[in-house]
Design a protein around this ligand. Structure first.
Ligand SMILES: O=C(O)COP(=O)(O)O
Length: 228
């Protein structure tokens, strides 16, 4: 058995969106007279959706549901205006997607970014490749690390989870892959370091996008292969 599909995380895996996310959140904080954060700190705020990002960015002493909800609304407005200023695909992503397309694997995106922005980003930054399914965070589906979205994609593609590689840059992604029964592959060009990805169960770690081809070509029996 060989792998038949790949699911990608979006922020920190396919696109480098950190600066636009940081700038939108900092504008909301500034507008409300709260302290802002350095971009590096946002590496740890991003990954579990907008509400989690805003909750982490707000000062502890003022955090309550009303403030979080109103800042989430303001963030969506800010990001809607400035989602594509600095964001771009990471180096090597285009070549990687070309190679995967040549190998004939199906491709999909699963993100905790709101569904609307997920689809908008894929259409704008990755227009040259066919993604069979693109899913972001939706109110009626539990977000990652719940495996609901990943399983939905497997069903839609009609591919068994054990034949799917799941590629992401955070522990949330590795946990999602494991919960869905897919092969968790961690990438080092994104938002989190290697030790966190390993601790959260990454079977393989890759430093450059093109290395995904080794994972595809040298994996003949899915996640049961012992050398991962
Ligand atoms: O925007 C987020 O919180 C996370 O997005 P991701 O799942 O694509 O990393």
């Amino acid at each position: 058995m060989s792998f038949k599909a790949i699911i990608f995380d979006l922020d920190g895996t396919l696109i480098d969106s950190l600066e636009d996310l940081c700038n939108a959140a900092n504008r909301v904080l500034k507008k409300n007279n709260f302290p802002t954060h350095e971009m590096e700190e946002y590496r740890y705020f991003v990954g579990e959706g907008v509400a989690a990002l805003i909750t982490r960015a707000l000062p502890d002493e003022i955090k309550n549901e009303d403030i979080i909800n109103s800042c989430v609304g303001e963030f969506r407005e800010e990001y809607r205006k400035n989602w594509n200023i600095k964001t771009k695909p990471y180096e090597g992503i285009a070549e990687m997607l070309d190679l995967i397309t040549l190998r004939g694997l199906k491709m999909a995106v699963l993100s905790n970014k709101p569904d609307y922005f997920t689809k908008k980003c894929v259409a704008a930054f990755l227009p040259n490749w066919k993604f069979d399914r693109i899913i972001g965070q939706r109110d009626d589906v539990p977000k990652k690390p719940d495996p609901a979205g990943a399983k939905e994609i497997a069903e839609y593609l009609a591919v068994s989870p054990s034949e799917i590689i799941y590629v992401g840059d955070t522990p949330i992604d590795m946990e999602t892959a494991i919960a869905a029964g897919m092969l968790p592959v961690g990438v080092l060009w994104g938002f989190r370091p290697e030790d966190e990805l390993k601790r959260s169960g990454a079977h393989r770690i890759i430093q450059k996008p093109e290395e995904i081809i080794e994972v595809i070509d040298h994996s003949t029996d899915g996640i049961s292969k012992t050398d991962f």
